[in-house]
Design a protein around this ligand. Structure first.
Ligand SMILES: Cc1ncc(COP(=O)(O)O)c(C=O)c1O
Length: 375
């Protein structure tokens, strides 16, 4: 039976065929530990890892591919960025649309490192709140609750003007919007591989501008500088303690190849078309409360509620009666729900991916219409 998957914000599914194939190849043929031995198999794997480092660097406009470190996910990248690059007793500006992967490390910095936090809603507020103590701006590029897209060029320019570190959480945008660290003046780019970049779960990356230095949060083996008593300070070793996830790294490389073959603008166009048609369809259904982007630019993530049904119940009805898979609740972003007025109830989130079709979209609109009529 056909299943309608609209939970691409959680993780993209399906993956491109080439991603499945490369993971199989990685496990069978690239099974040695990269950087841990001088034998031919270890060297072969090391080359594959290096190729993907180069791909990530080219794709995101990172000048030097050694400034790309592989992590497990965006959460790890964001912890490295926030705990490793923000000085104690400083001031940080962020938004109400952050994920707990940003909020929790920031609140740790507030509680343990005397860092003051300011939460803003507009670009004007950003500039107004900058003081001599402001050392970083941490921004979620696309909200995973209502698809609010932030203007990163504008934010990057402000950060450049005041010499403040710009840390971007691109979990929901990488692979959907073209991002270039140099052009957009991003100092630290935090990525997860398993969403719009089409990699498997368990792979992420952090990319730094040349002049940015991060202190290690995790220390351990790097296969190099073995006699050093502490973690090497060089990128990428400083952030890559422990054995790398070779199948994950190679899946990320294949995901980037797939996006480059299709063209990121075509992917965006397709997902934007689905989002716009979805919104138009929803606006015709009575009893639906829609939560759209607050900046006017809409990402492929849209939340809603149907009057009289709990978000958890609605998602169960969609799953059990219509085979539609979505996510209910708070989506790990509690402050966003305060901002959009759904803090008590949560929302049901629909998130589109490249493999969703208009036919599927019409099916979910019909299902929602039926459910709303029966209430
Ligand atoms: C905006 C945002 N930031 C961070 C994350 C964390 O990503 P991961 O779970 O892959 O670390 C997510 C995941 O849903 C997200 O949507």
């Amino acid at each position: 039976m056909k299943v309608y998957y609209f939970d691409n914000s959680a993780t993209s599914s399906p993956k491109p065929e080439m991603v499945y194939r490369i993971v199989d190849t990685a496990i069978r043929e690239y099974s040695a530990n990269p950087g841990r031995a001088g034998h031919r198999k270890a060297i072969e794997v090391g080359k594959k890892i290096y190729e993907v480092r180069e791909k990530v660097a080219i794709f995101f406009g990172v000048k030097n591919s050694l400034n790309v470190a592989f992590t497990s996910n965006a959460t790890e990248s964001l912890n490295f960025a926030i705990k490793g690059a923000i000085p104690k007793s400083s001031h940080v500006i962020t938004t109400n649309f952050e994920h707990n992967s940003v909020l929790r490390p920031l609140f740790y910095m507030q509680d343990e490192k005397d860092v003051k936090l300011t939460f803003i809603n507009t670009y004007e507020e950003l500039e107004k709140n900058i003081t001599s103590k402001t050392k970083a701006v941490v921004i979620n590029h696309i909200s995973n609750v209502n698809g609010t897209v932030q203007d990163i060029k504008k934010i990057g320019e402000i950060c450049r003007k005041y010499g403040i570190l710009f840390i971007l959480d691109a979990s929901q945008s990488a692979g959907y919007i073209d991002i270039n660290m140099e052009r957009d003046n991003i100092d630290i780019l935090c990525l997860t591989g398993h969403k719009s970049l089409f990699g498997i779960q368990g792979i992420g990356a952090i990319c730094l501008k040349d002049e940015v230095k991060i202190k290690p949060i995790i220390e351990g083996g790097t296969g190099s500088f073995s006699k050093l008593s502490r973690q090497p300070e060089e990128m990428p070793e400083v952030l890559e303690a422990g054995t790398l996830n070779t199948p994950g790294v190679m899946s990320l490389g294949a995901g980037i190849d797939f996006i480059s073959e299709i063209g990121i603008h075509k992917i965006k166009e397709h997902e934007d078309n689905l989002s716009q048609k979805f919104i138009k369809g929803l606006e015709k259904i009575e009893k639906i409360k829609l939560y759209k982007s607050l900046t006017g630019e809409q990402g492929p993530v849209i939340s809603l509620n149907i009057e009289g049904i709990e978000s958890g119940d609605l998602s169960t009805i969609l799953d059990e009666e219509f085979n539609i898979l979505v996510r209910p609740g708070f989506h790990c972003a509690p402050l966003a729900h305060k901002a959009i007025g759904s803090y008590e109830v949560g929302t049901v989130r629909f998130s589109f991916g490249f493999f969703n079709t208009e036919e599927e979209l019409n099916f979910i609109l019909e299902a929602l219409k039926n459910i709303a009529l029966q209430i």
